[in-house]
Design a binder for this molecule. Structure first.
Ligand code: AGP
Length: 609
């Protein structure tokens, strides 16, 4: 799972690739590299372990000559640990062909054995290195033909960029599974893993389809199928823009994005609840269809999955409609029982998560209608779904999802309201009340943020614990899962989320004075049950941090620390609970000196299985 950019034209290649590659750092940041052909067609390769700034530093220390063609890569390791050697581009034995690869070559072991027998020497531990050797194996003077033959042998997912010393005026790209776009410029052309990477240079793009090869020169782009049949390219003009996010005085993007949530939700409501009328533009499904839907099936990964879990409670409660939810990676291989009466909701911040895209393809193949709840405009998911509900949360840079999550939650409330209205499972009065409550949420976020210093102190006072549990019930059971995920991904502290009622079935064995337990217990119909669970933890010397409704004095006797949230309807509480959970994770990670925005081993968007 990585990012790729390639350039062919007349300008100096390195600054263009560097600028574009930085925009793909969300896809991986454990190492990066570039390959260029200089005016004498020498292949120049530079690689650096770590973030792209390390590669930039290398270019400063060892300046490159002016080059007019090149490929670049930012990596998230799948095969082989992060190192200069395992970084892309990979090259063949004659130092002639360079390849960048996003994806996984599943049959790399057989290919490697085969190529070794032919005398190839491998230097890296990656699956990707077989590709340049394979192309070289087939190369008899025609690069296109060699690439085509190599592609026939590859099993897995891949987006590739290929250059060769023998063909300095040519850049070849191909894909199966992993996304790749071609940017069409004036006497220059590009390849990239996504559109925003090259938007500073061109708005004209071709979305390369699966099993297509593109041959780029500076003057033209030709498309072919893997069998070599010419394809007429369809050029799209991209209308959206991407502003470069800045920290604006905040120490990290994550805390900036946490603060943005109030305005993100406010703007979303202004757009989607105009004069208290639901505007779900992009849904593209008739009321008749929604009325007759038999089942909703939600697919998502990570934080988006947790938003989907909350969504299940909301849709079932308001729309009185049965909802299944599954992580995309399980759904795609389960042969799920869905049909044309199923509404599939695919939730994804990036819209590029490979498992979710595969789940969507599976659902569509079975005849279901797929609606995406997605943040990134123009993403693969947005293009592939039957309808798209954009959350418009703005660019999210922090790897730990915050504002995208709460925007997904808000979209679930709106969508559930729509389903409930169409299916007449909500009275007009109750619907109006819910809308009024939703409209108050952005202001309530500002209220929670007034307590930020108190939350920071609580976080810091508990930052030494080596293990955290997060407990919640009903609609805040998913909040517990999300709280635990936030903490573990940015602080590396083992943290587990549980439905509080499950404690007694095993996890309670973990409780002692060395555990911190975050108990999510706002006023609700499960308040007393949750309070009993808190007492059980205290009886075993666990340290309790409670998230409770402002004015709840009783809770103090069951907790070491209490974080208040304003009173809202039970069903809306996950929206408010999210904020202190994010802040707890953030301040604990900062206190422990962690790289909050780019935690180890992670990537913002997971584009491999
Ligand atoms: C969230 O904090 C994570 N970094 C991760 O779980 C993420 O939510 C998941 O990879 C799904 O990404 P998506 O929303 O872009 O599909």
């Amino acid at each position: 799972m990585c990012g790729i950019v390639g350039y062919i034209g007349s300008k100096d290649t390195m600054p263009i690739l560097l600028d574009s590659l930085k925009k793909l750092e969300y896809r991986g940041y454990d190492s990066s590299g570039m390959a260029f052909l200089d005016h004498e067609a020498h292949l120049l390769v530079r690689k650096a372990k770590g973030k792209i700034c390390n590669l930039e530093e290398l270019f400063r220390a060892q300046p490159l000559p002016y080059t007019r063609v090149g490929i670049s890569h930012t990596r998230w390791a799948t095969h082989g640990f992060p190192s200069d050697i395992n970084a892309h581009p990979h090259i063949d034995g004659k130092n002639s062909i360079a390849v960048v690869h996003n994806g996984i070559i599943e049959n790399y072991k057989e290919l490697r054995d085969f190529l070794k027998k032919k005398g190839c020497k491998f230097v890296s531990a990656t699956d990707s290195e077989v590709i340049p050797h394979l192309i070289a194996h087939f190369y008899k003077g025609d690069l296109f033909s060699a690439v085509k033959q190599a592609l026939q042998k590859l099993i897995g997912t891949f987006a590739l960029g290929v250059i060769s010393r023998d063909h300095p005026g040519m850049l070849i790209a191909a894909r199966v599974g992993s996304p790749l776009i071609i940017g069409i410029g004036e006497k220059e052309n590009f390849i990239a893993s996504d559109v925003p990477a090259i938007l500073d240079f061109t708005r004209r793009v071709i979305y390369l389809k699966d099993s297509e090869i593109a041959v780029l020169t500076k003057d033209k782009v030709d498309l072919y199928t893997f069998e070599g049949k010419k394809v007429t390219p369809h050029i799209d003009t991209v209308s959206f823009s991407v502003t470069t996010a800045r920290k604006e005085g905040y120490p990290h993007f994550m805390i900036k994005e946490i603060h943005e949530q109030s305005s993100v939700l406010e703007q979303m409501l202004a757009l989607r609840l105009k004069n208290k009328k639901l505007v779900l533009e992009g849904l593209k499904l008739s009321d008749a269809f929604l009325k007759n839907v038999r089942k909703v099936s939600i697919v998502a990964c990570g934080t988006a999955y947790h938003a989907g879990l909350v969504g299940k409670y909301i849709i079932e409660s308001l729309g009185r409609l049965s909802v299944e939810i599954e992580t995309s990676s399980e759904f795609r291989y389960r042969n799920p029982i869905i049909d044309k009466h199923t509404l599939v909701l695919a939730v994804s911040q990036s819209g590029e998560t490979a498992d979710t895209l595969a789940a969507v393809r599976e659902a569509k193949a079975k005849g279901a209608k797929v609606i995406a709840i997605c943040n990134v405009v123009g993403s693969s998911l947005a293009r592939e779904a039957d309808g798209i509900l954009y959350t418009y949360a703005g660019q999210e840079i922090g790897v730990a999802s915050t504002k995208a999550y709460t925007a997904q939650l808000m979209m679930f409330y709106l969508l559930a309201l729509k389903l409930a209205t169409v299916r007449k499972s909500i009275t007009p009065k109750a619907s109006k009340e819910l809308m009024d409550q939703l409209l108050r949420v952005p202001a309530l976020y500002k209220e929670v943020l007034k307590d930020i210093h108190k939350i920071q102190k609580i976080a810091e006072a508990n930052s030494h614990f080596g293990c955290f549990l997060f407990l919640g019930r009903h609609v805040n059971y998913p909040s517990a899962l999300e709280g635990a995920l936030k903490l573990k991904e940015i602080s590396y502290i083992p943290a587990e989320g549980y439905a509080a009622g499950e404690m007694k079935h095993g996890p309670i064995a973990l409780i002692d004075e060395y555990r911190a337990v975050v108990c999510i217990n706002p006023q609700s119909h499960v308040y007393d049950k949750m309070s009993s669970n808190m007492q059980e933890i205290r009886a075993r010397k666990g340290n309790v941090i409670a998230i409770a409704t402002r004015g709840d004095h009783e809770i103090k006797s069951n907790a070491d620390y209490v974080i208040d949230i304003p009173k809202v309807a039970d069903i809306l509480s996950p929206l408010l609970v999210a904020l202190p959970l994010q802040l707890l994770a953030y301040y604990i990670a900062v206190k422990r000196g962690c790289d909050v925005d780019q935690p180890r081993n992670l990537a913002k968007s997971v584009t491999v299985e």
